[in-house]
Each structure stands twice: as C-alpha cells, then as structure tokens.
Design a binder for this molecule. Structure first.
Ligand code: SF4
Length: 243
C-alpha cells in the first residue's frame, strides 16, 4: 500500500512540454472499459489525494522527460511488438499536471488515449475527440464540475461494509447524474439510478492485500453489479502477474 504518499498540488503553471513521469511501460490494461487491451502506460508522478488504500507507487521518480523523450520511450517499450494504439495516462492524478500538449500529440499521432483520474481536478483537453476517454474513479464527495460533462465512464472501488444499500456504491463518494452529466453528490444518489445506461459504471473490489477481505469485497461487487446493473471489473493485471 502507498497510502502515506504526500498530497501534491496541481501544477498548471508549466507549459506541459515536459512532465513529471514515474514510469512508461507496455502491458495489458487490467481494468475498466479497455480491460484486456495491450496498452502503453504513462504513469505520472504525484496525486492531490492520499487514499489509505492506494496501491500505486507514483512518488519514487524524479524523471521529467520532455514530449520527445516520452515518445522515444514509448517506442522503446513497444519495440518488437505490434503497433500499440492505446495509451493510458494514469498516476497519481494525471490532471495535476498540464497534460494537454501530450494528449494533443498522442491524438494527432492516431492513438486512443485513456485518462484515469480521481475526477477532482481539470485540464482543458480536445473534448470532442472520439479517441479521448476519461475514466473517473471517484474517491471524494465532490468532482470538478468542469470535468464531469466529459467523463466517459465511472469506476468505483468497493469495500464491503462501506457500501450504500440504496445504490450499491461507496458511501460518501461522488455520484453523477448520467443524463444531465452533473455532479449530484449533494442531493444523494437517487438522481442517477434510472439513467446509468448513459454512462457506464464499473465496480471494482478494493484490494486490501488480504485474501479473505478481498474475497468479501469481490462478492460485494458481484452483488452490486447484479442488483444495480453495473459492470464488474477486476484488476486482471494482478491475476496474470503483469504491472
Ligand atoms: S486518487 Fe488514486 S492515485 Fe491518488 S491516492 Fe487515491 S488511489 Fe492513489
């Protein structure tokens, strides 16, 4: 677990021509709408939140490559592989940095770009582009209202015993009305329930690094998916032992 990471502020003053990067690697996407797809992961450093269950190292690098160096590294890690269309920008929290130039360059190069975000920060991106997907995994009671209309899918991490019976999602965490694409956290979850076909909702068991607890969390996700029509996603990369 990496829950003791320090919270990092958003750094938008820089021009995005270089970024703090933890690592760039080629793997199979393990969760969410692109699960099972080969992908290049660009993991950016730092997060503005400090979730106690965080399972990712995004603080141990001081690498700040420019966009050319990022492109070169992507080529290196996919050497000898079939062309890899999908690029996952993750973290930490990607919107903590100015990722617009990187995203624009990737889209112009014919990539499909998936951004994995906690939904609390915003950077303006070419939102109309069909190859740009923002997957938000809410961890707090409110999302950035500017980002909400651009969310492609929601992914909730469920822990048994901390789930709201009314909608099968974590208590105290933001909800979105999928029809109006607005944050309805303050009004409770009811507004979203009938509309969630418009916005895919994934439920994923929390990894507590404890076999018994993980079994219980998986069962809670199964039940929530069956009861409320959500899509179950597991962290497949952990099952098949890749990053
Ligand atoms: S939002 Fe995600 S990356 Fe940030 S601390 Fe929480 S789990 Fe970790």
């Amino acid at each position: 677990m990496f829950g003791n990471n320090p919270p990092r502020k958003q750094e938008l003053e820089h021009d995005g021509q270089s970024l703090w990067v933890q690592e760039i690697f080629y793997t199979l996407q393990g969760e969410g709408p692109f699960a099972g797809h080969p992908a290049v992961f660009v993991r950016l450093c730092g997060c503005n939140l400090t979730c106690y269950f965080c399972d990712t190292d995004f603080e141990s690098s001081d690498w700040r490559p420019n966009l050319n160096e990022i492109a070169e590294t992507m080529t290196e890690v996919t050497k000898g592989k079939p062309p890899c269309k999908l690029v996952v920008i993750t973290g930490g929290e990607p919107f903590r940095q100015n990722i617009a130039p990187l995203v624009e360059r990737l889209l112009a190069g014919g990539h499909v770009v998936q951004i994995e975000s906690n939904g609390t920060l915003f950077v303006d991106l070419p939102w109309g582009n069909k190859d740009l997907h923002v997957i938000v995994s809410p961890k707090t009671g409110q999302l950035d209202a500017r980002l909400v209309p651009h969310i492609s899918a929601l992914k909730y991490v469920l822990k048994a015993g901390e789930i709201d019976d009314r909608d099968g999602l974590p208590r105290g965490v933001a909800r979105v009305n999928a029809k109006t694409m607005t944050d309805v956290s303050e009004r409770g979850p009811e507004g979203r329930l009938e509309n969630h076909d418009f916005l895919p909702i994934y439920v994923m068991p929390m990894d507590e690094q404890n076999g018994e607890r993980n079994d219980v969390n998986r069962a809670a996700c199964r039940d929530a998916a069956l009861k409320f029509g959500y899509r179950l996603t597991l962290q497949m990369h952990k099952l098949i032992d890749v990053r």
